[in-house]
Design a protein around this ligand. Structure first.
Ligand SMILES: N[C@@H](CCC(=O)N[C@@H](CS)C(=O)NCC(=O)O)C(=O)O
Length: 202
């Protein structure tokens, strides 16, 4: 049996975990999920029924991980320590990994669903402030850093890079120069080409 079960559908964020598995050099056992007929094993593992969800069949027992950024980091911890941040990289690694999972994800999805904070008071209590503040902050980081942690690719780039790649491809993020340059860099990764890179351009 493979050491991981990977609940997967190619039209989903599971592609981010597929990229993370590829970067970690791990071939999981794929459990293909049809949206209208979710397997009981998925719902048992993750009552949200969301993808990606993985089960690690570890020596210490089965462990479930959901949420793309958690899966990316877990796979680096378990399988690919070279993709973990070095001490001097940890601040950028965790800051931008969680910035992408929180403010960026919320700013992009709220806008896609037609909601924006309507005034300064709402911006103060909304975690992402405003779409423009969030995207400008992300873009400023990549104006003078090649990757999340500077020169070196780490597992955080799989998640942050996926958010940027997805946003630029589908027009849910503005095509700012620093974001486009970052996207071009991460698209060179062989593991990217085998996962997100397989999605046709819209
Ligand atoms: N917070 C989750 C979001 C996962 C998510 O929303 N996945 C979607 C597909 S892209 C899903 O599984 N939708 C199926 C459903 O909600 O029933 C993550 O980052 O992994």
């Amino acid at each position: 049996m493979a050491s991981y079960t990977f609940f997967f559908n190619p039209m989903s964020r599971a592609l981010i975990a597929q990229w993370a598995f590829a970067e970690a050099g791990v071939e999981p056992g794929i459990a293909l999920v049809e949206w209208d007929n979710k397997p009981v094993a998925l719902l048992d593992a993750n009552p949200m029924g969301k993808l990606p969800t993985i089960i690690h069949h570890a020596a210490f027992g089965d462990r479930v991980v959901s949420e793309c950024p958690a899966i990316c980091h877990y796979l680096a911890e378990m399988e690919a320590p070279e993709l973990l941040p070095r001490p001097e990289e940890k601040a950028d690694y965790f800051r931008w990994l969680l910035f992408a999972a929180g403010p960026v994800e919320a700013a992009v999805t709220n806008r896609a669903m037609g909601w924006e904070p309507k005034d300064a008071k709402q911006e103060m209590t909304t975690g992402f402030g405003s779409f423009d503040r969030t995207i400008d902050t992300l873009a400023r980081h990549f104006a003078d850093h090649d990757h999340v942690c500077g020169d070196r690719f780490t597992m955080a780039d799989v998640y942050v890079g996926s958010q940027v790649d997805w946003g630029l491809r589908f027009g849910s993020m503005p095509a700012l120069d620093s974001l486009k340059a970052y996207q071009a860099r991460i698209q060179q990764r062989p593991a990217y080409k085998a996962s997100l890179g397989a999605i046709p351009e819209s």
